[in-house]
Design a protein around this ligand. Sequence first.
Ligand SMILES: Cc1cc2nc3c(=O)[nH]c(=O)nc-3n(C[C@H](O)[C@H](O)[C@H](O)COP(=O)(O)OP(=O)(O)OC[C@H]3O[C@@H](n4cnc5c(N)ncnc54)[C@H](O)[C@@H]3O)c2cc1C
Length: 515
Amino acid sequence: MIRTREDYHEALFSMRGNVYIGGEKVGRDDPRLRPGINVIDVSYELARKPLWRDLSTQRSPFDGKEISRWSYLPRNPYDLMQKQKLIRLAARRVGGCIQRCMGLDALIALAICTKEMDLTMGSRYHERFLRYLSYYQSRDIDGCCAQTDSKGDRMKRPSEQPNPDSYVHLVEQTKEGIVVSGMKMSITQAAYADELIVLPTRALREDDRDFAVAFAVPTDTEGIRLITRPFAFGGGDCRNTDSLSRFGVADSVVIFDNVLVPWDRVFMCGEWEFGRRLALLFAASHRHSYCGCKPAVSDILCGAAGLAAEANNIEGEEHVRHRLSEFAGIAELAYSAGIASALFGEATSAGVFFPSMKYVNVGRRLAGSIIYQEFNMLTEIAGGIAATLPFSEDFTAEDTRADLEKFIVRNGELTADTSLKIWRLIEYIGASPMTAWHEIAGVHGGGSPIMETITLSREYDYDSRKRLARYLAGIDEEYDDSDDLWSEPTFGHSLIEDTRCGSVNGSRTRVAARS
Ligand SMILES: Cc1cc2nc3c(=O)[nH]c(=O)nc-3n(C[C@H](O)[C@H](O)[C@H](O)COP(=O)(O)OP(=O)(O)OC[C@H]3O[C@@H](n4cnc5c(N)ncnc54)[C@H](O)[C@@H]3O)c2cc1C
């Protein structure tokens, strides 16, 4: 089933009130949440557009019915590429973050990890997870991922924290389920998602056993409080209805206060040995998603810079062309890393096809390290007006309108109305609260840069590079590059054959690659 925007609202607005903003308890219909809800609406609307349906939807592995790609687990490199493409194309329609990838990345991580836990520990989590997945897919649920714990003292492990609630943890097990307490932070769209999917945030030791919990709950479950910080391109002013100002985001500190999670929603309980694996699976899948959304941010910045150059009548200038080509390079290199990660990915025991850790980490690293430079390039081309543009009301008020209509036009080919729309867009992108949100998300979202360094230390063969240097220096006579010689994309020819098959039983579904 593909939900309509109205179905999503109906479920959302009938939830128990547990959202807090600015010192008061508010309903999910609070106008400050609306910009974030508008983003999720777009994800539902796109899935119903005929042109988008092929990209936005898939067939359920359980009953063959149409489901959203936001809940579909990739089975082959092509699926991963479609996921990445959907994220890029959807994200750029809403200002750079479509927000639904977090839930999908959490599902992917759980699918793989529950299977691996069952295979090595004899547990029965995977079947339980698949039942949850089927529920999630058949209702076209909007889930967010609550991985990041508040973490307290960064140098102490979960079990060493003076405040045990620094990490979400098991309080007790009952016949009905598990009881958990603790705090997660920076959880995007928790205040307007249907479900919270909760994962551990780091590697755990035996002492941290109680912190090895993974589960899913509706966001309004008894005992959950969402202390929420909304942001919007238009500064949260709901009178702004022009395109980008409608969109925004809200992130929450999520308090779990003795929350009962029924057993059929528990996917890890005490398996500390798998804490690291589950945390990494989510992080890597999310870095693959970044290889889609980060190019979307660059696309938006590139377009805005091009438009600002036109409004400034400097479009043909050398430095403008140079900057635009830098945007192109950043966007497409990060996107290419995502594609490479799909082509060199691996089939997992759960049947989910997972991107190469190496390529998702280098893609995410590039995208994150260069984010402030990209915003700077927009500022260079646009000039200072983004920070000093008068309010919209001054462009319509009797006393000031005539002056401002003349003031705003720099390129005689553009009307005052078009010029104002361009500069307002530049303000939203380059000088609004969302600017800082995107910059900081670019650095830390999906894991801080140090996490990419740590993962690359394991995934990247630095020693072979050193041996290469020894060979080039004449220290060693031979250089063994057989690993690289044998390295090939994983899909071989089967994807091409499957794609040619076209459809199964008249449906649009592509057959999963058999390799
Ligand atoms: C806009 C935004 C949206 C987000 N959305 C989500 C979401 O939807 N779901 C979710 O789960 N998370 C989300 N996050 C959280 C994100 O994953 C974290 O910000 C990220 O993992 C870094 O964690 P932190 O912010 O606690 O920083 P920290 O981990 O505190 O990092 C700060 C610094 O301390 C260093 N440091 C930390 N621990 C150690 C240590 N033990 N030893 C040495 N150095 C250390 C780090 O390397 C870094 O330099 C979001 C973040 C942002 C900014």
